[in-house]
Design a protein around this ligand. Sequence first.
Ligand SMILES: N[C@@H](CCC(=O)N[C@@H](CS)C(=O)NCC(=O)O)C(=O)O
Length: 243
Amino acid sequence: MITLYTFGPSGGLPDPSPFVMKAETLLKIAGLTYRADTTGFAKAPKGKLPYIDDDGVKIPDSTFIRQHLEAKYRFDFERGLDAERKAIAWAFEKMAEDNLYWAIVEARWMHDHNFDKGPRTYFRSVPAPIRPLIIKIVRRQVRKSLHGQGIGRHTHQEIVALANRSIDAIATYLGDKPFFMGAEPKGVDATIFAFVASALCQLFTTPIRDHAERHGNLRRYVGRMTARYYSDCTEIAGCPAAE
Ligand SMILES: N[C@@H](CCC(=O)N[C@@H](CS)C(=O)NCC(=O)O)C(=O)O
């Protein structure tokens, strides 16, 4: 049995972490049975979510989770793609994970109006007397991560400009195809779906969201992925489920 360690649904998303959403969607695309567990963060092998426990074997990191599913369950997430399209898919995934992601983190964690609605609520289980201190420490760590990654050295406007170019690139490549690489979903769709839905998340007020909302094909794409893989949801990130 596979256990996927998650943060749990929040803000109209299956998970506030796009990496957890990606891993969960990969499991769904592969048609594997799993259970979600929200109690694993403290024991995360690499200190981050997601990770899975597959019959006692722990695999952290969404990309290595995918590799594990490919190796153990012989599921081909790239079936039918030639080498060039595999390269394009990988490049888009890493653009989302290593660039767009940090712009989303900046938008959610560094601006009080978003922080108060989202990240601040993640600390509800921390005892009240020490909660403000823990929040301050974690928020400072996130600021340091943004600075270390490099994006935190830019102005908010510069960060938004970078994110919007990524959103435009995703929208342009998707075009009017049903899924990112064509008629059928591939592994890359788990990533693109997770990051586009995160950018569109209705809980947060961000220029990135405003920009993403102008791309009707992205909203329809999120709705299509929702209809196919999250049949218990009528909408995700304000995008109605529809094939
Ligand atoms: N490369 C990892 C990234 C995972 C990641 O960044 N997870 C974040 C949530 S979005 C996390 O757990 N952060 C907690 C921390 O850094 O303390 C993956 O693909 O799974």
